[in-house]
Ligand binder design. Structure first.
Ligand code: G4P
Length: 538
């Protein structure tokens, strides 16, 4: 197969949702369709149960599962599909945001009973930021949920994206009859059956056909006719370009647990979803079909066995062909590296990989060369952007409890920060180490891992902090003055960029008013031309 065809047949995406909406179930059904697994239940739930806040074994178990399911590759309908897994627990949301930098599109699962939930909104914000194409799957139609029109309005309003239903449910809950595919003009009749594999699809071009009344009862047939008419009147015809540009989300209805509407979703997904898309670098845009290899690291996973310090760095191939045992340029370190044992992932299996194409994810065994965001190329100096750090929300100063283990603690903290478990900020004088995280659970993980993997003991001191903002200014002198005058609130991130630690939203606003030339940013990557994120300062 030609290089171009290999690229064209790849679909790299993530399934995302608020916990419990059905992400794991849908992933598993996709794998069943792809023949990557044979039985339901083969994919372990990739989530830490809410009750397990301090259950370290659960966290460790979870880490084991998440290596195995980091990437699930399989073939379907001639396409090569890579599903990138994301943690379900909100405390590990940063991991999810980073993984989203490595996909070309997403499927967003929404529970029809609960509608749009908090985590759904946050994930969608990240997708919007990058114009990632989104398909929405409204799940659990076998339950009494919200009215479909209300759900669509809620999606548009809370997710700030236009939607276009491509299927329409015929009733729901106890009387759920199935969905009508408005796009393909076919009827998919529902039967509650968890072991069923494919949808029973019946062609039905004309909804006024009397057959419909027989199949779903005259009452529901009429309801469907009315609703379909309303949909066609309210929504513009589906425009696939708007979807690819990230402005319009096609919507599907179904029930993942009953394997209902899943095949329909998968078939439409492979038809519309983009093949590997270009990626921006500081230098230029890199296109998938460029002959020379390039890629970036979006995730680092430590070995579960503390006796083996090596880690797996997950690299997304952006352009060209990656080959085993070939020297590549590690751009940040300006070092040539080659990999004897790169790994590919085919559902729960790890295999030695000889070559990989754009859109693929390669697992590289690493003894400490990689940081998240690092690039590998055939020589050109390319620095991929779009893998920013987000301002954390919870801050603690880390205190060494064993002076004889200072080195171990330093190394451990640095490596965990490289893995992205937490963000590390250093404050002077005194080299104070401040850790910023999204969720409390991350502190438990850090403490546990420092002790078990590095033999270091630490305590955390609570810090009453609201946000860490990256700062910039056109005038270097003014920036220096700001950093000097606000010294006690300034720290430095892993790349030695200054951040302003704001104690409250009020303090941030005051700083903004006192230093009008300083720009405050809530992600580590920002375009210099954008003005202060005034929204946030209000
Ligand atoms: P998540 O990964 O998004 O967190 O969700 P997950 O797939 O684990 O699904 C959450 C719960 O919702 C599970 O039930 C799952 O069985 C259920 N579920 C998924 N799809 C459907 C559906 O179409 N209809 C209905 N009624 N339920 C669905 P659980 O009781 O939490 O777990 P389990 O014991 O069933 O595994």
């Amino acid at each position: 197969m030609s290089f171009e065809s290999e690229i064209a047949r790849r679909r790299t995406f993530a399934i995302i949702s608020h916990p419990d909406a059905g992400k794991t179930t849908l992933t598993e059904k996709f794998l069943l369709f792809g023949g990557a697994i044979q039985t339901a239940g083969a994919v372990k739930s990739n989530k830490i149960k809410k009750s397990a806040t301090s259950d370290f074994m659960e966290i460790e178990k979870q880490r084991g599962i998440s290596v195995a399911t980091s990437v699930m590759g399989f073939e379907y309908g001639g396409k090569m599909i890579n599903i990138l897994d994301t943690p379900g627990h909100k405390d590990f949301a940063e991991d999810t945001y980073r993984t989203l930098s490595a996909v070309d599109s997403v499927i967003l699962v929404v529970d029809c009973v609960k509608g749009v939930e908090e985590q759904t909104e946050k994930l969608m914000e990240v997708c919007r930021m990058r114009h990632t194409p989104v398909i929405i799957f409204i799940n659990k139609l076998d339950r009494e949920g919200k009215d479909p029109f209300d759900l669509l309005d809620e999606l548009e309003e809370k997710l700030k994206i236009s939607v276009r239903p491509l299927t329409w449910p015929i009733s729901q809950g106890q009387t759920f009859k199935g969905v009508y595919n408005l796009y393909r003009k076919s009827l998919n009749l529902f039967s509650a059956n968890k072991s069923k594999i494919s949808d029973d699809v019946i062609g039905l071009d004309d909804l006024s056909d009397g057959k419909l009344d027989e199949m779903v009862t005259p009452k529901f047939a009429q309801e469907l006719r009315d609703n379909a008419e309303l949909v066609e009147g309210v929504y513009d015809p589906f425009d696939s370009q708007l979807y690819l540009d990230g402005y319009l989300a096609p919507v599907f209805f179904g029930s993942a647990i009953n394997n209902f509407g899943v095949q329909e979703l998968l078939e439409t997904f492979i038809e519309f979803a983009p093949s590997p898309t270009p990626r921006p670098t500081k230098e230029r845009e890199v296109k998938a079909d460029e002959k020379k290899f390039s890629g970036f690291v979006f995730k680092i996973h430590a070995n579960l066995d503390p006796n083996h310090r090596d880690r797996i760095a997950f690299l997304r191939v952006v352009s060209g062909k990656f080959e085993r045992n070939t020297f590549y340029n590690h751009v940040r370190l300006e070092k040539k590296l080659r990999f004897a044992n790169p790994t590919s992932f085919m559902a729960n299996e790890k295999n030695l990989l000889e070559e990989a194409y754009p859109g693929d994810v390669v697992g590289l065994y690493d003894s400490g060369n990689f940081k998240i965001g690092d690039s590998l190329t055939e020589g050109e100096s390319l620095n991929f952007v779009g893998i920013p750090s987000f301002s954390p929300e919870i801050f603690r100063e880390i205190i060494n409890k064993d002076p004889f283990k200072t080195k171990q603690l330093e190394k451990g903290v640095e490596q965990l920060a490289q893995e992205g478990v937490a963000q590390l900020f250093i404050q002077q004088p005194g080299n104070r180490k401040i850790l910023g995280v999204v969720g409390e659970l991350q502190f438990d993980v850090i403490k546990f891992r420092l002790e078990h993997e590095y033999g270091a003991k630490c305590d955390f001191v609570f810090m009453n902090m609201h946000k860490a903002c990256w700062v910039s200014c056109d005038d270097k002198k003014k920036l220096e003055e700001f950093l000097r005058r606000k010294g006690s609130n300034i720290a430095w991130d892993k790349d030695e960029n200054p951040v302003f630690l704001a104690e409250s939203a009020w303090a941030l606003r005051m700083a903004g008013e006192a230093f009008p030339d300083i720009r405050f940013h809530f992600t580590s990557e920002f375009k210099e031309e954008t003005l202060v994120d005034t929204m946030m300062l209000r």
